[in-house]
Design a protein around this ligand. Structure first.
Ligand SMILES: Cc1cc2nc3c(=O)[nH]c(=O)nc-3n(C[C@H](O)[C@H](O)[C@H](O)COP(=O)(O)OP(=O)(O)OC[C@H]3O[C@@H](n4cnc5c(N)ncnc54)[C@H](O)[C@@H]3O)c2cc1C
Length: 400
């Protein structure tokens, strides 16, 4: 089929990729995003796997070199800053902001409805009715739409998942990622050079940090104008330890992350002091120079189903895997590519979703299992030797 009326809920990378693909196939698609304004860079770098850039290159006609940065080595440092291991391996990195901007530009603003938060939805044999609250300044307005297919791409905190899969597994992994970015122009030239031709790791007791270059905030990929991004996994006990970390500098308890500029001063000070005490000097310097470090809590989210007749869960709304495979964006895109193909091959939506679900469940489960294993080996068992190929990024398996 090629003429379904489709509502995509969630206008981030998963929702936008699916929307573009479904529109390309002739469907009548609208994206509903609850944020009243265009999304902003909350985070930083993304590993740019083949599936993550496939739409931008194949359909939007962008050149990879304009939207990403290549590194040619996987390098591990020793505590004193010397090189413990160095292997040739090409990775591409981009930034969340770059991918969002490019997808949104390609999609356009007309069918990208900001300030629309989906509340409930109901389906009958023939259609789905989704109800939205629309925010217009201080005012709100309720309305509903009837569609043939509702795609829930509402992310890691998905309310749709909680409705459709109230027993879905959601568990704290036992650690968080401290993240941050520093403009390469703000660090000594030699240090910038050493941290931009490779992904650089340091692995130590129950922790690891990785560093790689990403495009600048203005999207620049030119040397001198990029950012150097770090992701540092650190264990925090569930309960009081994490509660305290997630209480921001204004005393507000956050849920899944602390955005840049909001981490409590004592946690930032502790993090930087630990960097100085435990990390190789060049990485400690990078952390020290980070103006606004931020925190992402690491969760495992697991579902039994992704397809519910005329409603589906896609991207992080379905599975949310630990970031170790750098595959969150790629998984969301993969769900979208497969969904478009399934709809093209079927005569009706329920048949398409039933055909789409098994493989996407498998992709999600495999990713979850692999990233759990990496997390366990790194943060608990300490069985990660520099250069271990198990830790290579990939959606389906290391390197792929
Ligand atoms: C602002 C932002 C910045 C991010 N930065 C990074 C980053 O730097 N690095 C990285 O690796 N990952 C980042 N991520 C996560 C990354 O986008 C996802 O892990 C991955 O791309 C899968 O995306 P997704 O579209 O499935 O879910 P998400 O990216 O979580 O998007 C879900 C979207 O749904 C919207 N939404 C939620 N509920 C409703 C509702 N009821 N009605 C309407 N809309 C709703 C949310 O506002 C959000 O825009 C970021 C996500 C966001 C939203």
């Amino acid at each position: 089929m090629n003429n379904a009326r489709i509502a995509v809920v969630g206008g981030s990378l998963g929702g936008l990729t699916a929307a573009c693909l479904l529109r390309d196939d002739g469907h009548d698609v609208t994206v509903y995003e609850r944020s009243p304004r265009e999304l902003e860079q909350r985070g930083a770098g993304i590993g740019f796997l083949e599936t993550s850039y496939r739409y931008l290159v194949e359909r939007a006609g962008l050149a990879l070199g304009d939207v990403s940065i290549a590194t040619d080595h996987i390098r591990y440092l020793a505590r004193d800053g010397s090189i413990a291991s160095d292997a040739e391996h090409r990775y591409l990195f981009s930034s969340w902001n770059m991918v969002y901007r490019q997808l949104l530009e390609h999609w356009g603003s007309e069918r990208y409805l900001l300030g629309h938060e989906m509340g409930t939805f109901e389906q009958s044999n023939a259609l789905v009715e989704a109800r939205f609250t629309r925010r217009i300044g201080e005012r709100t307005e309720e309305h509903s739409v009837e569609v043939d297919l509702l795609v829930c791409a509402d992310g890691v905190g998905s309310a749709s998942r909680r409705t459709l899969q109230p027993d879905a597994g959601e568990s704290y992994a036992g650690y968080v990622a401290w993240r941050g970015m520093v403009p390469e122009s703000e660090i000594p030239t030699e240090l910038a050079a050493a941290l931009t031709d490779a992904i650089t790791y340091y692995v130590y007791a129950n922790s690891h940090i990785l560093v790689y270059p990403i495009p600048g905030l203005d999207g620049s990929v030119e040397p001198g104008q990029r950012l150097i991004n770090f992701v540092w996994y650190r264990n925090y006990l569930a309960g009081g330890d994490v509660d305290d970390l997630l209480t921001d500098r204004n005393g507000e308890r956050r849920d899944l992350s602390i955005p840049p500029g909001f981490a409590a001063a004592h946690h930032v000070a502790e993090m930087k002091a630990t960097a100085a005490a435990r990390l190789p000097p060049q990485l400690a310097e990078l952390v020290e120079r980070t103006a606004q470090p931020f925190v992402q809590v690491v969760y495992d989210i697991d579902v039994d189903r992704m397809a519910f007749d005329r409603v589906c869960l896609l991207g992080d709304a379905a599975f949310s895997a630990r970031p170790h495979a750098a595959a969150g964006t790629a998984k969301a895109a993969d769900d979208g590519w497969a969904l478009a193909a399934a709809l093209s091959a079927a005569d009706d939506v329920p048949t398409a979703l039933a055909a789409w679900e098994p493989l996407q469940l498998e992709v999600g489960r495999n990713l979850l299992e692999r990233t759990r294993r990496i997390g366990r080996r790194s943060q608990v068992e300490n069985s990660w030797e520099p250069g271990d190929p198990d830790f290579i990024f990939g959606l389906y398996e290391p390197g792929r």
